[in-house]
Design a protein around this ligand. Sequence first.
Ligand code: GLA
Length: 722
Amino acid sequence: MAFLTLVAADAAERTPVRISTDETDLILTIAPDGRLQQAYFGKRLANEADLAHLPYYNVQGSGAGGNAKSWEVYPGSGAQDYFEPAVAITHNDGNMTTVLAFVSSETKKIDGNVTETVLRLKDSVYPIEVALHYVAYGKENIIKTWSEILHREKKPVTIWRYASNMLYFESASYFLTEFSGDWANEVKMSSQELQFGKKIIETKLGSRAAMHAHPFFELGLDGIPEEDEGEVLMGTIGWTGNFQFTFEIDNNGDLRVLSGINPYASAYELKAGEVFRTPEFIFTLSYCGKGKASRDIHAWAREYRLKDGKGDRLTLLNNWEATGFNFDEAKLEGLMKEAKTLGVDMFLLDDGWFANKYPRANDRAGLGDWDATRNKLPGGVPHLVQAAKEAGVKFGIWIEPEMVNPKSELFEQHPDWVIRQPNRETYYFRNQLVLDLANPKVQNYVFGVVDNLMKENPDLAYFKWDCNSPITNIYSPYLKEKQNQLYIDHVRGVYNVFERVRERYPDLPMMLCSGGGARCDYEALKYFTEFWCSDNTDPVERLYIQWGFSQFFPTKSMAAHVTSWNKNTSIKFRTDVAMMCKLGFDISLKDMNEKELSYCKLAVANYNRLKDVILNGDFYRLVSPYETNHTVAMHVSGSKEKALLYVYDINPRYNEKLLPVKLQGLDASKTYKIEEINLTEGSRSRIGGNGKRFTGDYLMKMGLNVLTTNQTQSRIIELTQE
Ligand code: GLA
């Protein structure tokens, strides 16, 4: 951040700032006292001249013609604002107030579709400078924003609030949808009306941070966020650690939404001249429901955020559900051949392959010692990579490099590399502890886990990077008396490692995993091609989990595996559920009969044939498992030439009334041939109209009769434009 010596702007320089996407305007103006105001946030205004009615739009500081209300964009603590501040600082003299005035702004085009605006603010009493960054993605209707805080006081200051962003809404009522959960129970969606005062969504888990609360939310203005109608803000924070969203309704019934790092136990000591950069808050405002908002976020993520966002994804066979820790070379080689038989691209070796002094035979030992267990895998990883090559598939491997079991050589050699109390009993989560990633030596070690494996095995094609424990025993030996920086410096340490891995191995696909889906944020996903949604692979549960995660993440980033969970359901149902995301298997073919295997092979072949629409198509959620006994969703290719309809009957009632499902996203003027695919051997389609042709208009207005009253049955329908 190139801070100059900032001088508060005089009246003539108080030019309003307009941050626009193709659909939305966020207009910031400057009050006569120099404070930056949110004067408008909503649908993009069509007439430039109308902007003059906004509060303080005129540089002379005169009020508004129409709506006179405005709110301070980044209020400091202890001055005029009575509610939760965006920034709070204890200065060298002990004073705890901060008042920021506008200094300047500049906007530059990053590319045709993207602009970045930087607003500079300063305190006129203390040498505190803040830069607010807004990057607007025109076509995708996304804004990402973050703040930078800097000071020039003599000694370090303590910053104890440091929001990424604050947004205000004035509406008759506000409804929040949040996403909570636990292991095997991720992204449970629930909605509530907000009332006076605060509602906070936050986590204090440090690592495996999103185990109980996911870092995103939906806010409905004047109604619960709906799929296809209503004004909805969707927001998410890119921070793989403690985050906090505060929704506060004030005495006037206005709502402020504050997003940032959770300041809990994290008053941060900032040296003079050092820039404190907050994580990015990424948001979109939709005027026709969350379906549109989701598609905008997905398009943005594929274009600008996910590692290899526009690229291909590897189908795979994983061995975790199939073998647990119980395998040897022969068993793995057998599974590699099964991967080939199935037709997937890769075999992924999971937990249990490493450590010698304390072999990883279960989850009580070995984490930290990343050498293959000699008596289990005598040929080491190179032999396995070679065996996979001979079987005709790629080879990927599981690691959990941020963690350590006390029963490990790493712990014996470096007890001071571990987050734990020096003077209290140690608490364990899954028998393990978290490495102290604030420590650069530990960062090097963790980077080395990937780097050494890659140096030894240049053909390693994939990593699954796990993180199973939250931070317990909050004490970093490295930070010594600065324990209040642990939660923040730890996450920065993790990013330092991710960054180095990406830099050295830019084309290496990687799965982000955290005891299931407890890491799922857009900062981590810069470095990962996909994430593991849940250890719960029961297909019925997965329909809810995929419904939840798809609100914010493109389905190509959501790893979904066919397993033996819920054997009451058919292999077709389990496979069809995984088909709509990034398909994998975690099941031994020995657990299938011939018919089931031939079904899976057919599904993989179809998946490969239709990869482009599945991985890169627009995603429409049509029938919700939360509201009905079914789930229906579809992908439509960018050109609208191809679409796939995924239909699941979960637990319909006897004689339940079934309505046709109206499709979305098709070209109304074109004709589509519909054809059920993924049919099991010997069965025929029971969908009325299978093989027939319909216009997009008809399919979107009249719909198709695709639901049934059968339990856990599925149908996948391919639509091809003619
Ligand atoms: C976590 C992951 C699983 C598996 C195990 C291995 O629970 O979510 O997929 O990798 O760890 O221990």
